[in-house]
Design a binder for this molecule. Structure first.
Ligand SMILES: [Zn+2]
Length: 392
C-alpha cells in the first residue's frame, strides 16, 4: 500500500498516480512483521534477496536479480585512521542504485508492467536500463538535449530508448511525466519501491560485522536515497529486536549544490532553495531533493549531521582513495572528503567504528578523472581548483 505522510491518506499500489495529489512522494507501507533468520540468511545466494523475510510484497517468481548486493566491506587506513569501505562501485552496473532497481523491477514484473519511462542520464538511468533489458521490460529514458553521448552510451547499449528533450533538466522531467500518463513513470526518486532495495545495505553491513552495527555511516547525498535506505534498514533491524542502537548517519553534500546542508545548518525542516553551481560530484547535483524533508528528519533522529565539502576537498580526496586501490567516481569522494572534515573537527572519534559507502565506479567517469590528473600534475587547467569556474 502507498501512503502520503502529509495527508495521512492511503492509496492502492496500482494507482495511476506517481505521487499524492498534494505533491508529497508516497511511502510504501506493509503489515507483515519482518524477520531476520540468521541461519537461513547465511547460506543463501549473495544478493539482496538473502534478506527475503524483510523484502515484502514480491512473489519469488518475479525476482529480478543481476547479482546485486553483498558487496565487500574492506578495512582501509584513511587520514591516518582505520575505517571500513563498503564497495558499492562493484555492483552490476557500477553503482549502489542496483539494489533499489532490483526490488523495483521485481515489483513491476508482478504488476505486469511492460513499459517504463524515467528521466535520468546518470547511474539510476543505467541501472534501470540494465534491469529492464534483463527482464524484457521496454525502457525509455528522457534526457536533456545537451547530455553528452558518453554519458548515454551505457544506457543505450542496454537497449533503452533515449528521448532527448530541449530546454532545461526540469523541462526533461516535465516531458517524462507527460509521457507517463500513458506508461509507467519509473522514477527512482518518486517511487517508494526503490528504497526497499536500498535498505538492504544496512542489513549487509550488520551481517558482515558479525551481526553488529558500526557507530557511524558516511554517505554522499543528493536526493538522499542512501540516507533514507540506511535509516530504514537499521530501524527495521531495531524494530525486529536484532540491534539496540542505530548508527549515526552523516550525509555529505558538495558545497556547490547543498540544499540539505543549508537547511540542516540553519535548523530548518525543508531543503533551502539554492542557486546550483557546477560540481564534479555530478551524481549528487540535485537542487530539489524530493524527499528532502524526510532526509533532514532522519539525519537528526540518528544524531548525525549533514556537512558540505568544497570542490578542492573533493579533488584532494579522490586520488587518495584511488591510490589505496579503490577506483571510485568523484561523487564517492565527497563522502571521503567529508570524513576528513569529521575527523579534523573531532565529530568522529578515533575509537569509533565508521563505514564509508563508496557509491559509484570511476570507470564511468574516465574523462573527469583524466582532467583532474592533468590539473594535479600542473601542466593543464588550473580552473579545476577554482570553485566558481569549474568546468567538467
Ligand atoms: Zn498528500
Amino acid at each position: 500500500m502507498f501512503y502520503c505522510s502529509h495527508c495521512q491518506k492511503y492509496y492502492p499500489e496500482d494507482t495511476h498516480l506517481w505521487r499524492c495529489n498534494c505533491g508529497t512522494p508516497f511511502s510504501y507501507l506493509y503489515s507483515e512483521q519482518l524477520s531476520f533468520p540468521k541461519e537461513k540468511i547465511k547460506v543463501r545466494d549473495n544478493t539482496i534477496w538473502r534478506y527475503w523475510e524483510a523484502l515484502t510484497g514480491v512473489n519469488k517468481e518475479n525476482i529480478t536479480s543481476l547479482g546485486e548486493g553483498m558487496t565487500p566491506l574492506i578495512p582501509a587506513l584513511l587520514e591516518g585512521r582505520k575505517i571500513l569501505f563498503k564497495l558499492e562501485f562493484i555492483s552490476p552496473t557500477g553503482s549502489f542504485k542496483d539494489r533499489g532497481t532490483s526490488f523495483f523491477i521485481s515489483k513491476l514484473k508482478g504488476r505486469n508492467i511492460t513499459r517504463v519511462i524515467e528521466d535520468s542520464s546518470g547511474n539510476a538511468g543505467a541501472s534501470l536500463a540494465a534491469y529492464c533489458a534483463y527482464s524484457g521490460i521496454k525502457c525509455e529514458i528522457y534526457v536533456p538535449e545537451y547530455t553528452s553521448a558518453g554519458k548515454l552510451l551505457q544506457i543505450e547499449m542496454y537497449g533503452a530508448k533515449i528521448k532527448k528533450i530541449s530546454g532545461s533538466r526540469e523541462d526533461t522531467s516535465i516531458a517524462a511525466i507527460q509521457a507517463a500518463r500513458e506508461h509507467y513513470y519509473a522514477s527512482h526518486n518518486w517511487n517508494p519501491y526503490f528504497l526497499q532495495g536500498i535498505k538492504t545495505i544496512a542489513f549487509e553491513i550488520w551481517e558482515q560485522l558479525l551481526w553488529q552495527v558500526p557507530d557511524n555511516i558516511i554517505v554522499p547525498a543528493g536526493q538522499g536515497s542512501l540516507v533514507l535506505g540506511c535509516h530504514l534498514g537499521f530501524n527495521e533491524l531495531k524494530t525486529a529486536g536484532e540491534i539496540k542502537k542505530v548508527p549515526r548517519i552523516f550525509a555529505v553534500q558538495a558545497a556547490n549544490c547543498a540544499p540539505l546542508y543549508q537547511a540542516f545548518y540553519h535548523g530548518l525542516s525543508d531543503p533551502v532553495k539554492i542557486e546550483k553551481k557546477e560540481t564534479m560530484a555530478e551524481g549528487i547535483s540535485s537542487a530539489f531533493p524530493i524527499r528532502g524533508r524526510e532526509v533532514l528528519s532522519v539525519i537528526r533522529e540518528s544524531n548525525g549531521e549533514i556537512i558540505a565539502v568544497e570542490e578542492k576537498e573533493i579533488v584532494n580526496s579522490l586520488p587518495k582513495v584511488i591510490k589505496l586501490g579503490f577506483y571510485i567516481e568523484p561523487t564517492s569522494a565527497v563522502a571521503t572528503a567529508g570524513l576528513a572534515q569529521l575527523f579534523s573537527k573531532n565529530i568522529i572519534k578515533e575509537t569509533e567504528s565508521t563505514v564509508v559507502i563508496l557509491t559509484g565506479s570511476g570507470l564511468k567517469a574516465t574523462d573527469k578523472i583524466g582532467k583532474l590528473t592533468q590539473a594535479q600534475t600542473g601542466n593543464k587547467d588550473d580552473s579545476l581548483f577554482d570553485n566558481t569556474s569549474l568546468k567538467i
